[in-house]
Design a protein around this ligand. Structure first.
Ligand SMILES: [Zn+2]
Ligand SMILES: [Zn+2]
Length: 366
């Protein structure tokens, strides 16, 4: 594992040393001079840490914390990330550590000091808010309550969870269960943390793959006094798997338009900006490097640049984060945000990473 980590700078440097560094064409609105139309300037790709202006959204990655919370925070700062998503514990287990690790206060302070604006905790994959089978239904609510209650001690303002599967009980019954489960979690958890429901790719009996279904959950929870704390995450690889063609700017913006119409953009707390190896509408969601999969750069770039999403946090859940590809993918997102419509071709080894920041395919319980 140490060998993998030490290889990280090689990847970064070899790409940035390339004399044919990609040039980002940015249009500068309101430019002075005799040319009335927007001027295009060449901005070289940054050599090291990325710098984002104030108006840019917070963009970062899901990083592993197996070697400590602070290591993930320092790595985020080093590569210029302004958001960080973590697991508070093993994502494929029910067992949760009773209290955050001792370094959690230092982690929270470091992130606040170093401009890592949003910390998100991704809850256990086993949580199934739609299930009715015991003991999993009770465990799901208790497990999520545990995460949200402890989130402030990590400095986290978001807790992201998968919605779950109705397990053959039917969509209506599943949606009723979700509304009830979400209400229970909101009741038992503190202000200042938003509960974020992540869209699914719709495989099996998974709920929440359609924006209409997410809106249905919000409508059900809407009467709850604490419904203001309910928010959503759109994972682009999941959208793609669910049949939303976001490979074009028009397609991606169309999804946002629909979300705005049915739910409201202020509820879009997070976008998981992942490309996908899976075909459109395949109900599968194998994540790929940014702009290097079947979705490609155009739709992902349109989301990053959409001014409605300036307050939305973008988290990359891309492959090989502990092998140096975290910096590469963050830079690719930065280039897209800056207006690039094409990205550097990645070497074959980029597609041979064995580790993934987030595992896909883990089934919810129940
Ligand atoms: Zn997820
Ligand atoms: Zn995701």
């Amino acid at each position: 594992m140490a060998g993998r980590i030490s290889s990280a700078p090689t990847i970064t440097i070899s790409e940035t040393k390339n004399t044919s560094r990609p040039i980002v064409a940015r249009s500068v609105p309101g430019s002075v001079g005799p040319v009335a139309m927007a001027r295009t300037v060449a901005r070289p790709e940054p050599r090291r840490r990325l710098t984002w202006p104030d108006g840019a959204p917070a963009v970062g990655l899901h990083l592993g914390v197996g070697q400590g919370l602070l290591k993930a925070a320092r790595r985020s700062r080093e590569i210029g990330a302004r958001a960080l998503q973590i697991f508070s514990d093993n994502p494929t287990a029910w067992r949760r550590r009773p209290e955050p690790p001792p370094e959690a206060p230092d982690f929270a302070a470091y992130c606040a000091l170093e401009g890592i604006r949003t910390i998100s905790i991704h809850a256990s994959y086993l949580i199934n808010l739609a299930g009715s089978a015991e003991p999993f239904a009770s465990q799901s609510v208790a497990g999520l309550v545990h995460e949200v209650q402890r989130a402030p001690r990590y400095g986290a303002s978001l807790v992201n969870t998968h919605i779950g599967s109705h397990r053959g009980m039917g969509r209506e019954a599943g949606l009723r269960r979700i509304v009830s489960s979400v209400g229970s979690v909101l009741d038992a958890t503190p202000d200042g943390v938003r509960l974020v429901l992540e869209n699914s790719s719709g495989g099996g009996d998974l709920l929440g793959s359609r924006i209409e279904e997410l809106a249905g959950i919000l409508n059900g929870v809407g009467a709850h006094a604490l419904a203001g704390r309910l928010a959503f995450c759109l994972d682009t690889a999941h959208l793609w798997g669910a049949g939303y063609d976001i490979s074009t700017a028009e397609g991606a913006i169309g999804v946002l338009d629909r979300f705005e119409e049915l739910i409201g953009i202020q509820r879009l707390a997070m976008v998981h900006l992942n490309d996908s190896r899976s075909p459109l509408d395949s109900r599968s969601d194998r994540h790929e490097h940014v702009g290097a999969g079947r979705i490609g750069p155009l739709g992902l770039g349109a989301l990053l640049r959409d001014r409605r999403l300036q307050a939305t946090t973008f988290v990359l859940e891309t492959p090989g984060t502990d092998e140096g590809w975290d910096a590469v993918n963050l830079r690719r997102a930065y280039l897209l945000w800056g207006g690039a419509t094409e990205l550097p071709t990645l070497p074959p080894k980029a597609f041979k990473t064995t580790r993934r920041s987030t595992r896909t395919g883990t089934k919810p319980s129940g």
